[in-house]
Design a protein around this ligand. Sequence first.
Ligand code: ATP
Length: 364
Amino acid sequence: MSIEIRQVSKNFGAFQALRDVSLDIASGELVALLGPSGCGKTTLLRIIAGLETADAGSILFAGEDTTDVHVRERQVGFVFQHYALFRHMTVFENVAFGLRVKPRSQRPSEAQIRQKVHELLGLVQLDWLAERFPSQLSGGQRQRIALARALAVEPKVLLLDEPFGALDAKVRKELRRWLRRLHDDLHVTSIFVTHDQEEALEVADRVVLMNAGQVEQVGTPQQVWDHPASPFVYGFLGDVNLFRGRAHQGELHFHGGQIDSPELADAQDAAASAYVRPHDLDVQRYTPGASGIVVKLARAIVVGPVARLELLPVDGSKTAENAGSDPVIEAQIPAQQFREMGLREGETLVATARQARVFLETGA
Ligand code: ATP
């Protein structure tokens, strides 16, 4: 079922949680709502579900306005971060619950319920746990059961709010692959909320980046990664070093160095910021007159094939800002290069950006 979100706004008292949010989701899509804590993801999900009402705007399911459709009639399945399984019921009974509480006229027979529950437990690969209670399951197993339970009523829309948020990194990774495969089998229109960019980029067909109650960008994982629409999106999708200065004819100059970028070819003394991912920064030993950013190697951490370098601008002024006011510049180079160069902590180096994403600052 397709979903259209049209100019939805929501206030909590004087606080505007959602501002004029519009979004089209095609039938069968798996979409991630991604953004920092408090940006309005859960509020939007709850409005789509019918658990919360919008102050303005509307939500359409398959072209029909849902404003007056009760949450129970919306054919929506939910999975939340904190397992909402009934503790006193077995896994089997948890999954059967939605079928048993259907109005008498739509309620399947006991034999049909048995068959359906075993089908669903087979789908989430946990049929062997049918007689256990939730307390006897791992966190990952509970979330898979929660998903089976949500799917039991054959929802047209599946809404997942940080479904794997409470699990450890390894289980999360397994479950997100598993969710993707399950979605490929079922094609239920699904929206999941996450603040983990890796999770969104890995699992979703499209990613919706939200910031302060608004949609900043919508696109496939590749589109948002390759063409971030704003500094916010660029910064949110991965680690970045931020350099602020003045741009002129292909170069950005700031205290302690410069970055070259073809994006600035036409700039004529304009204020600009350059964003450089750690793996796009290269380092060489300092030679007088070298062009780049003169830094001291403060710390090097080699993890497997990668050397992570913490660099400090040499002239002491704040040339770079890493997510705020941290003066450390981060570079990532191949561990082999690090060893071959024989770099030592305390050495003076020159960092150069292989690639920078530059945003001109408006009004400056
Ligand atoms: P998180 O990732 O932390 O869950 P989120 O992006 O899902 O964040 P929301 O839960 O949608 O954010 O909340 C958006 C904003 O609205 C937050 O600042 C929150 O404090 C506020 N908010 C949410 N629900 C209410 C409420 N019932 N009353 C007042 N403020 C609320």
